[in-house]
Design a protein around this ligand. Structure first.
Ligand SMILES: NC(=O)c1ccc[n+]([C@@H]2O[C@H](COP(=O)([O-])OP(=O)(O)OC[C@H]3O[C@@H](n4cnc5c(N)ncnc54)[C@H](OP(=O)(O)O)[C@@H]3O)[C@@H](O)[C@H]2O)c1
Length: 292
């Protein structure tokens, strides 16, 4: 029986918590900003209801064996307030967030050997506090090392596919190539069907290539034809799919602009690589968020 705490019981955190609770192999604690009576998760294999322990104050947190952080990237600093109690006895901390800077976000709070970056591909949406719908198979990728293997073992008996890779850097950059071009939907406030437009398709390809250039400078390796594959994936997706940055903008919430697009601009500058498509997307979206 492992003691697991999940910080951020939103779409990803709530779905993962329910799938782990169902195994009966873990003692689950949810660390939330607001009270939550129970989790109701419509998974691909039926509805799971679970009543894990819920804490709403960091001072209530006591040491666990594993901490999983599933807040949005922009809430990472707030999430660290829980670590004093939860990770007091040296628990590893898995970061279930988008972007390529999992380690950088937590480096000031934890030693490097306790940070476990996770590439998350777990489509899910939250309709209300504690009510979540899984939208597709849950997949994650972690580095093939001792911590990564321990993390993967937590998911034994669940339908979550946790893959081990010798090259996590390339996996997170590949995901960033997809996510960064998804900003177009947030700018247009139009679902995935928009990518069927020919000129928008050209723009997706150009944005992916821009992300790949910066990723390569950072040491990531990509397969041939990735830009075309990503565009095809958009075009094959259900036409009404709404990605999370689009959903956040539509709901007036903060957006992961820095983790999904500005990171390409920042790291591009470091390497002397121009990133005009991402720069324009960041400038426009930030201006719109400010109501300019
Ligand atoms: N959803 C997806 O399909 C999906 C797929 C792949 C990757 N991702 C990535 O996974 C990460 C999580 O996304 P998500 O969609 O699960 O986000 P989400 O639904 O917005 O959930 C985030 C949760 O974190 C909570 N939170 C924020 N600050 C907190 C704090 N200081 N203490 C405790 N809880 C806190 C939020 O609380 P409130 O209830 O108060 O808002 C919310 O419950 C993001 O990086 C996202 O890009 C998401």
């Amino acid at each position: 029986m492992s003691r697991i705490a999940i910080i951020g019981p939103g779409a990803v955190g709530g779905m993962i918590a329910a799938l782990l609770c169902k195994t009966g192999r873990h003692e689950m604690t949810l660390c939330a900003r607001r009270p939550l009576a129970e989790l109701t998760v419509e998974t691909l294999a039926g509805v799971i209801t679970a009543q894990p322990t819920v804490l709403t104050e960091a001072k209530q947190a006591t040491p666990v064996d594993w901490v999983l952080v599933a807040t949005k990237a922009y809430d990472a600093t707030g999430a660290t307030t829980w670590l004093t109690g939860l990770a007091a006895k040296g628990a590893p901390v898995a970061i279930l967030q988008n972007g390529v800077e999992h380690r950088e976000r937590f480096a000031a709070y934890l030693p490097a050997d306790r940070i476990v970056p996770v590439m998350v591909d777990c489509p899910a949406e939250r309709s209300a506090t504690g009510r979540i719908r899984q939208r597709g198979p849950a997949k994650m990728v972690v580095q093939d090392d001792a911590r990564g293997r321990e993390f993967a073992a937590l998911f034994a008996g669940t339908p979550v596919d946790v893959a081990l890779t010798a090259d996590l850097k390339s996996a997170v950059w590949r995901k960033l190539c997809l996510n960064s071009s998804g900003v177009l939907n947030a700018l247009l406030l139009q679902p995935t069907a928009a990518m069927r437009d020919e000129k928008l398709g050209d723009l997706v390809r150009a944005m992916v290539e821009e992300c790949m250039a910066v990723g390569r400078a950072e040491g990531a390796v990509f397969e041939d034809g990735l830009a075309g594959k990503i565009l095809q994936a958009y075009r094959d997706a259900p036409p009404d799919s709404v990605n999370s940055i689009h959903a956040d903008r539509a709901a007036g919430r903060p957006m992961e602009i820095d983790a999904r697009n500005n990171v390409i601009v920042r790291l591009g500058r470091k390497h002397g690589i121009a990133t005009p498509y991402n720069l324009m997307a960041v400038a426009l979206l930030e201006a719109m968020a400010r109501g300019v």
